[in-house]
Design a protein around this ligand. Structure first.
Ligand SMILES: [Zn+2]
Length: 294
């Protein structure tokens, strides 16, 4: 069956490309507790894990749509994520505001590619979220290429966390989480070898922003989402690129519930980005990326 997500998009002001569903309806957390607590502290988030229907209600109130997901890092964290099927059902129930991305654990080998195929074919997910540091994998390693092949063939984007990481922040050994897997340069090979796969580099890629800008400038299948940081702290080179050469491939995103859209938008308004570019970043580019119409 084909699901229709984004039913009310024409009326929405923006599409938030990056929203985490941190627990299932029965309270099962997406992450081990130690990680959730540490990241809540790092981001000073107040309501760290609203349930899906609450997220939907809030985005409806804010008149925005949201791409929602969890991260399947079963192997690296030895923890089952909250149910992706339940997220999808919630998006069907709230299809005027919510758009589901799937997540698969790349370290599960061929099963991951099969699962990706199933999530698109049976559930109509509109993309996939990866977090190489949390999932403990080097995205440029060719052992994961069958997975990218499946996603490329499905015609949906793959979004990768890049840069500095709230996960494990302030813990001994950063909870074993390796920052280097979130270097955007690792995605250059993926984008080069899968030219029909749309690759989203999530977040300002601090401390590798120049790498991210240059990959996105070089490869037309690479996008940047602006989530995870207040625009106040965006590297200047990113602000410049977003207003100029990357204006058609930069995407609004918050990383809610870690960052509130209203706060993000207030800080974004203060940036020197041309007025005519803002609607592209807030909504137009996401519509194109997701193959949705408004
Ligand atoms: Zn994220």
């Amino acid at each position: 069956m084909r699901y229709e997500y984004g039913a009310g998009l024409a009326h929405r002001d923006a599409i938030d490309m990056h929203v985490h569903v941190e627990q299932s309806d029965d309270g099962h957390p997406s992450l081990p507790d130690a990680l959730t607590e540490a990241s809540a502290k790092y981001f000073k988030a107040e309501d760290r894990a609203p349930k899906l229907d609450v997220i939907a209600e809030r985005y409806r109130e804010w008149n925005m749509a949201a791409v929602v997901f969890t991260v399947d890092a079963s192997t690296a964290l030895d923890h089952q994520p909250n149910s992706i099927e339940e997220i999808i059902e919630g998006c069907v129930r709230n299809n005027d505001v919510l758009i589901p991305f799937g997540s698969v654990d790349p370290r599960q080998g061929p099963a991951a590619a099969g699962r990706a195929y199933q999530l698109v074919e049976e559930h109509g997910v509109k993309g996939f979220k990866f977090h190489p540091s949390l999932q403990g994998f080097d995205p440029s390693d060719q052992q994961y290429y069958p997975l990218y092949e499946a996603i490329e063939a499905a015609g949906v984007p793959a979004l990768f966390h890049t840069g500095q990481n709230g996960m494990g922040a302030g813990l001994p050994g950063g909870y074993g989480i390796k920052l280097a897997y979130s270097n955007p340069l690792l995605l250059d090979a993926v984008a080069a070898d899968f030219p029909d796969l749309q690759v989203v580099m999530a977040h300002p890629s601090v401390p590798w922003q120049d790498e991210a800008n240059s990959i996105a400038t070089h490869k037309s299948n690479v996008w940047i989402d602006l989530s995870g940081w207040s625009p106040k702290y965006f590297p200047e080179s990113l602000v410049k690129a977003a207003g100029r050469q990357l204006q058609d491939r930069v995407l609004f995103g918050t990383d809610y519930p870690l960052i509130e859209p209203a706060k993000w938008i207030a800080a974004f308004e203060a940036l020197p980005i041309p007025d005519e570019v803002r609607p592209k970043i807030m909504k137009g580019n996401a519509l194109r990326l997701l193959g949705l119409e408004a």
